[in-house]
Design a protein around this ligand. Structure first.
Ligand SMILES: [Zn+2]
Ligand SMILES: [Zn+2]
Ligand SMILES: [Zn+2]
Length: 328
């Protein structure tokens, strides 16, 4: 038997296999993540190779050791910063220039680092870099939406890095969440994310860990095995309004979660996305609630998902959370 669960925000249906679920141990051992081969000395993100990247936009230093986090423009961007915003029709189709910003956050000077092995003060610096870049990019009125993305290991370079993307449109995934949020707000005058947080804290079974300001949990209708969300417990639409205290607390939560993945699931490959409200007063949504979503990049039934738009998750989120809490 399987259970159809409705993901409450975007309203997507998910098939959760509950009868013969794939337990966490069915995924072990993971094949070691794909490690791109590259000549060490030539990595443009390593300390000492700064000349190989485009001009630095932002950096944070550690005392006496030079930079510890730096932000540079992506050499191969999805979006270009120069140009005019030009929306036009081509026959019946809509086209616009891909105006935007695509920056790379080099998360550490050392090549072999990851979120599970980093000190929390290093993770704090990465979060500060995200925040400061978003505050700066918000001044460009052409941008409506920011997205922070990370693939581990990286697709072209395994040096720890993440992407900051500023877009002239709101992508569909975030648009769906916004519509779900507004719909719920109109009916109940409450934030759906805040209600989910209350519900998850009261039922406990999908909670992985809790810090002072953040909840880390497996969503009720997880689309993927071990899908995990990190969400601020107090309502806030914008990631870049995060306080110093919350940054310290979030970095500890991130380190604990990725250490959990690393130890319990043998260093799995994953992707992480940070969703935050659109910016500029015309698009900003005070009802939205920023959060981080992570998914492990492990075998999925992509064909069925592609054909139906339904996700099939063979690992109930309650089992995933129990396993990651260490009681599975
Ligand atoms: Zn490197
Ligand atoms: Zn909220
Ligand atoms: Zn989201």
């Amino acid at each position: 038997m399987a259970e159809l669960r409705k993901e409450p925000i975007a309203g997507r249906w998910v098939v959760i296999t509950t009868d013969h679920p794939k337990g966490p141990s069915d995924y072990l051992p993971f094949k070691p993540p794909y490690r791109p081969q590259e000549p060490e000395g030539l990595c443009p993100f390593c300390r000492g190779s700064e000349g190989l990247t485009p001009k630095e936009i932002f950096s944070l230093n550690s005392e006496g050791k030079g930079w510890s986090v730096r932000v540079v423009p992506n050499k191969f961007p999805f979006f270009h910063i120069e140009g005019e915003f030009d929306r036009r029709g081509e026959g019946m189709y809509d086209v616009m220039e891909a105006i935007g910003a695509h920056e790379i956050v080099v998360e550490a000077p050392e090549h072999h680092q990851n979120l599970a092995s980093m000190e929390t003060d290093q993770i704090e610096k990465i979060l500060i870099a995200y925040r400061e870049r978003l505050i700066d990019l918000e001044r460009d009125l052409r941008f409506q939406q920011f997205l922070i993305l990370k693939n581990y290991p990286g697709v072209f370079n395994r040096h720890p890095h993440s992407h900051i993307i500023a877009m002239p449109v709101i992508p569909r995934r975030i648009d769906e969440e916004i519509w779900g949020t507004l719909d719920y707000y109109q009916r109940k005058e409450r934030c759906i994310f805040c209600d989910i947080i209350k519900e998850e804290i009261s039922v406990k079974k999908r909670v992985i860990l809790e810090t002072v300001h953040f909840l880390v949990f497996s969503p009720f209708a997880s689309l993927f095995p071990f899908e995990t969300w990190i969400i601020p417990k107090s309502h806030c639409p914008d990631f870049h309004r995060i306080t110093e205290e919350e940054i310290g607390d979030l970095s500890a939560g991130i380190q604990s979660l990725f250490l959990c993945f690393y130890k319990l699931l043998s260093d799995p490959p994953y992707s992480l996305a940070l969703h935050t409200s659109p910016v500029q007063s015309r698009f900003h949504r005070p009802e939205y609630h920023w959060h981080i979503e992570t998914r492990l990049r492990i075998g999925l039934r992509e064909g069925f998902e592609w054909g139906t738009g339904f996700f099939v998750n063979p690992t109930p989120p309650e089992d995933a959370a129990a396993f990651l809490r260490g009681v599975g």
